[in-house]
Design a protein around this ligand. Structure first.
Ligand SMILES: [Zn+2]
Length: 251
């Protein structure tokens, strides 16, 4: 099977870059793509509050996306970083969860889950702020009935620790030779060029997109995929830390 694609949108909250969101919404609707919306249950992040507030009723808006088959992910709880633990993914040294006790993590996740439910949203997928979670997070997620994590370095979806992982290691859409890849869009930071890249990719490749339920059915505990994933993870992390060191040198 040729490569298949998914799209997730991070930092979905009442305050966000609505102009960018509306443009991408049009493009996804036009080509029948059903993205995953990473909704922050109780946004307390001041850096996100600087964006314009929803002019309508935010939660009603989210329910209307859910009714149209877009999927809702729980993006943390309050989007407040309390540890400097990069967790299992090792991407960013910031976390709302990794490094905390089971009780603390379970409590935050459960409170976020209740808030989304109170607003009529169903979510079986977890999207960790800064991609940072640890084995304790995974245990709490499973205990709370989550089925899926939108993260993971591997070519194909996989099952581990009783959860489905839908791989995500690219931010900008591009054609891949194989696999099932989720492109992660941070709409609050997208340039005009980045928006156009998504619009063009979607127009050209919309037949190669999956829905999230379809992607879940492809998850296997296949060891070859996991091994390829750990090699890929190491490569991606070392490129990122090299880039980071270059930036520090230049600064
Ligand atoms: Zn976020």
């Amino acid at each position: 099977m040729p490569a298949r694609y998914l799209i997730r949108m991070d930092d979905i909250a009442a305050h966000m870059a609505w102009d960018t969101f509306r443009r991408l919404e049009q493009s996804f609707e036009r080509f029948g793509i059903k993205p995953l919306l990473g909704v922050i249950p109780d946004n307390r992040d001041v850096s996100l509050k600087q964006f314009p507030e929803c002019t309508g009723e935010f939660w009603a808006e989210m329910r209307s996306f859910q009714d149209r088959g877009w999927e809702i992910a729980q993006h943390g709880f309050q989007h407040l970083y309390v540890t400097r633990d990069s967790g299992l993914m090792g991407v960013n040294n910031l976390s709302e969860f990794a490094g905390l006790s089971y009780e603390e993590q379970h409590d935050k996740l459960a409170r976020g889950q209740s808030l989304l439910r109170e607003h009529g949203l169903r979510s079986e997928t977890f999207m960790a702020p800064s991609h940072s979670f640890d084995v304790v997070t995974l245990r709490a997620l499973k205990d709370l009935g989550f089925t899926t994590v939108t993260d993971g370095f591997a070519p194909f979806p996989y099952v581990a620790d009783g959860l489905i992982f839908l791989p995500q290691w690219l931010a900008s859409p591009r054609v891949l030779p194989i696999g099932v890849q989720t492109f992660c869009l941070h709409i609050n930071n997208m340039s005009e060029q980045a928006i156009e890249t998504v619009e063009h990719f979607v127009a050209e490749h919309h037949h190669e997109f999956l829905t999230f339920p379809e992607a879940r059915t492809l998850a296997t505990p296949h060891s070859l995929n996991r091994i390829a994933g750990s090699v890929l993870g190491t490569a991606i992390r070392s490129v990122r830390s090299w880039r980071y060191r270059q930036r520090m040198k230049a600064a």
